[in-house]
Design a protein around this ligand. Structure first.
Ligand SMILES: [Zn+2]
Length: 256
């Protein structure tokens, strides 16, 4: 990745609390299924495929808000695992609305698994499609179109379409260093993350767990002088699948 992305992802590695949700989710959600590998261009599902979340968005927001601590104008999460569990509930709830209402200000493109993490040339419109972001600040949940997620795209100024029709990144000069991406609704960078459809997010969480497990098994086998059991994927294999997870890109409607 040739541009400078600064994301605060304090919850990226703590996924243990999600186990219960992952084990109980419906079979058509992609649990244990390698969605990212089926077909060359996975599409965003147009039919609801997520399990029903019983809590209202207000309930979810209230629970998440309890887990957010404000200290010296910075935000910290009290219990990362709990926050992650509620964040997945929020994602499922918000995705119901996203599928119904769409995304404000952007045309949704297909989900890509190739190209840069932050942009790709949309083959249909030949415009740059930008990676989708959202904000997990409880105060921002449901502040998007029709009560949906606040989904936005960061349009990097150092990206352009090259002569070969592909996205080209210009190296930033010293005084051009980009700052953290801030949410257009609350103005905070603290809760900004890539926005993914639930199937991808659930798969990402599963892969993170598998990676931890794989390393533990490997360390234990090495300590005992034994071979790693068959069927345990290597960290490299798992991380490869992580990088190949489909990503959501958006074309700004105004530029059409
Ligand atoms: Zn926000």
């Amino acid at each position: 990745m040739s541009n400078n992305l600064q994301l605060s992802r304090p919850w990226a590695t703590n996924v243990g609390a999600l186990l219960l949700i992952l084990m109980s989710c419906a079979p058509n959600v992609g649990c244990g299924r390698s969605d990212a590998r089926s077909g060359d261009r996975p599409q965003i599902p147009v039919q609801p495929t997520a399990p029903v979340v019983q809590e209202s968005l207000d309930d979810i927001r209230a629970h998440m808000a309890k887990l957010v601590l404000v200290e010296e104008n910075r935000h910290r999460i009290a219990s990362q695992q709990e926050f992650d569990a509620w964040r997945l509930k929020a994602l499922l709830k918000l995705d119901e609305i996203r599928q119904r209402e769409g995304v404000t200000g952007f045309k949704q493109t297909s989900v890509e698994k190739t190209g840069s993490q932050n942009g790709v040339v949309d083959p249909a419109s030949h415009q740059i499609a930008w990676r989708a972001f959202t904000c997990w600040n409880p105060a921002c949940l449901g502040k998007g179109k029709g009560g949906g997620p606040v989904v936005f795209a960061k349009q990097w100024e150092n990206a352009e379409i090259g002569a070969d029709g592909k996205l080209a990144w210009r190296t930033l000069k010293e005084d051009e260093q980009t700052s953290a991406i801030t949410c257009p609704t609350c103005g905070l960078p603290d809760f900004v993350q890539y926005y993914d459809v639930p199937e991808v997010e659930i798969r990402r969480q599963k892969l993170a767990q598998e990676l931890v497990k794989s390393r533990e098994i490997r360390a234990a086998a090495e300590a005992a002088g034994q071979l790693v059991p068959a069927g345990v994927r290597t960290p490299t294999e798992i991380m490869k699948e992580q990088t190949e997870l489909p990503k959501l890109f958006l074309v700004p409607e105004a530029s059409k």
